[in-house]
Design a protein around this ligand. Sequence first.
Ligand SMILES: Nc1ncnc2c1ncn2[C@@H]1O[C@H](COP(=O)(O)OP(=O)(O)OP(=O)(O)O)[C@@H](O)[C@H]1O
Ligand SMILES: [Mg+2]
Length: 382
Amino acid sequence: MDSTGSTPAPISTERHYELLVQAVSDYAIYMLDLQGRITSWNTGASRIKGYSASEVIGQPLEMFYTEEDRAANKPALLMQQALAHGRAEDLGWRVRKDGSHFRAQVVLDLIRDANNQVIGFAKITRDMTQPHEAEQRMEAMREQLFQAQKLEALGQLTGGMAHDFNNLLTIIISAARLASRTDNPQRRSELLESIHSAGQRGSQMTQHLLTFARRGNLQARVLDLHEILPATQTFLAQALPKHIHLSGELDADLYPVKADPSQLEMALLNLVFNARDAIEGHGEICLRAVNRTLNGEWDGLHGDFVVISIADTGVGIDPAVQPRIFEPFFTTKGFGQGTGLGLSQVYGLLKHLDGSVRVDSAPGRGTTVSLFLPAAIVTPSA
Ligand SMILES: Nc1ncnc2c1ncn2[C@@H]1O[C@H](COP(=O)(O)OP(=O)(O)OP(=O)(O)O)[C@@H](O)[C@H]1O
Ligand SMILES: [Mg+2]
């Protein structure tokens, strides 16, 4: 009974649905006939697209599409797809009444009558502009952080390399002086040869440094690790003090992986710097890469992976701090010695690549950090 004392008329099931659809304001929900003309319109559709029902009923679906999408016949293709498969989905840009664009996630379902005859389409559109912008902002922040880290790493690298350059110049200068004094042609050609190889080594160092420093869009591509890792190893070795030795062991026939090479190199550099900092006095760092097939043994991963690991003979990680080492800004290093961003870059990259990171460490027994990179599926070119 209502306040007037009379019993309200019962609401039919159809009316219930209509009221429900009308009340939804976060989704545009409307129907189309088989020609793609709009036959119903809810509150969410008015809110997202800016049109009232009277402005759109009877109008073709195309009116919400961008010029390019109309030229590409996208609305008709979407309907054809729904007719063929019962449903079609799309993510793309649509146009509001005021001409502004929004990012739309669209689902188009077939509607059938009681005799199973197709009578039109149900269309549900969600405005994804904000999540899309948030995703782009995250991506921009990641890129900025990467560039900032790279600058810091470059500072550390060039510091170490200046020393190596000096050594090379010492070789070149003294060999040139000796070569100008000797009358022995054999001796002279040996000296010229060492000038040549020292010069080449220096030139390789600068080349690699310049490639590393270059600012470019981060772009994942299929990488042959046999091409990348040996050069990276030489580059990393040059950044280490003389009392730390870096060795490398690569499996033959490593799977190709898909990654941005400069980000991968940055991750390895972060790990090698961590290993360097953990080594007191003389020590060893070993870079290994092996193929592994996983069935959920680590982090629930399944399939073929390349595992690149950096093992060191350093002090190891205290079990009390181990759970925190991937946190951004977590560092046990003194002020000005560590930002705590190295491992968070490594972790962020591997998650981005659908891989994982594993740390095995014990105090006094060194640390091994393993990167699990999914093997890339390479389609043979015709
Ligand atoms: N190989 C390692 N051996 C021992 N401890 C390590 C090793 N790698 C990381 N850690 C520990 O994890 C912490 C976090 O490492 P992370 O690389 O994120 O930051 P950081 O090295 O302190 O600073 P940054 O890399 O920004 O210079 C380190 O401070 C250190 O305590
Ligand atoms: Mg670090």
